[in-house]
Design a protein around this ligand. Structure first.
Ligand code: SAM
Length: 259
């Protein structure tokens, strides 16, 4: 069998964020719950503006728009933005999508709320991670709130090595590993067997590094958020209602910071 390596945008973005995501049972209900939680915790009302940073294929953006919000979403992967645009049209809602890098957020005093969902924080070195929060701060209007929906660093989920059948082939997902000395959750390597061509497709170095996540504790996150100017910082233990306190055994670590 021939083996080929491919990058994040050209292949894996769509495979993981669209095709694989759609096979997760109950994912639409999950998205609705997460969006309802964000709307309540961020105090958003009809026509308020929200920014979805690293929006993937825009599933949450569409849900926010259905809740009457004025939504902007961006992601580094053009392939995901293309899927998001098509999906938005099919759903008959309006969302502004563009391809963009979260290290270069270019908005000022514009949004009442901003979100980084499904642990889309910590992909870079410390200075660049800090820049993401700095840009998010700048993008918010006075009193606006940022929400980070993160894995609880004290309760990292364990995954099995699994095979799934996806459109066009079979996906082998492997567990991620915490590099304790670096504080980095090393990405989940994956292999795709293309059933049409019979090729084995592996992630290249770019696609793998895109999955590496620097895990921050609550204290560390609070410190960076305060450094970039946020005033009030709260933590919750789940990304759905009711609001639960954050503890060592919580499902998630959700951070809400007020400008
Ligand atoms: C875990 S996914 C979450 C996607 C979406 N927010 C969700 O909840 O389904 C992380 C996303 O971050 C995007 N991403 C990675 N690096 C980025 C960057 N520098 N700027 C913007 N988006 C980036 C990836 O393309 C991917 O869609």
């Amino acid at each position: 069998m021939d083996t080929e390596e491919r990058g994040w945008d050209e292949f894996w973005a769509e495979l993981f964020r669209v095709k694989h995501r759609r096979t997760i049972q109950g994912i639409q209900e999950y998205d609705k719950m997460v969006v309802e939680f964000c709307v309540r915790v961020l105090d958003l009302e009809d026509s308020d503006k929200i920014l979805d940073i690293a929006c993937g294929a825009g599933d949450h953006c569409i849900e926010f728009a259905k809740n009457g919000l004025v939504v902007t979403g961006f992601d580094i992967a053009q392939s995901l933005i293309d899927v998001a645009l098509k999906h938005t049209k099919d759903e008959g809602v309006e969302v502004k999508f563009f391809k963009g890098d979260m290290r270069k957020i270019d908005f000022a005093h514009e949004f009442k709320g901003a979100v980084l969902l499904s642990h889309s924080f910590g992909f870079f070195n410390h200075e660049e991670n800090r820049r993401v929060l700095q840009g998010s701060f700048a993008a918010l209007a006075e009193g606006g709130k940022l929400l980070l929906d993160l894995i609880n660093p004290y309760r990292i989920p364990t995954f099995q090595k699994t095979w799934s059948k996806l459109e066009g082939g079979y996906l082998l997902s492997e567990p991620h590993v915490l590099d304790a000395q670096a504080g980095v959750l090393r990405g989940r390597p994956a292999t795709f067997i293309d059933s049409e061509t019979g090729k084995i497709i592996m992630m290249n170095a770019d696609a793998l590094s895109n999955n590496d996540i620097r895990m921050y504790t609550a204290l560390e996150i609070r410190h960076i958020l305060e450094e970039v100017g946020f005033k009030k910082i709260d933590f919750y233990g789940q990304n759905k209602l009711p609001r639960m306190p954050y503890t060592v055994t919580s499902e998630r670590m959700v951070v809400v910071a007020v400008k």
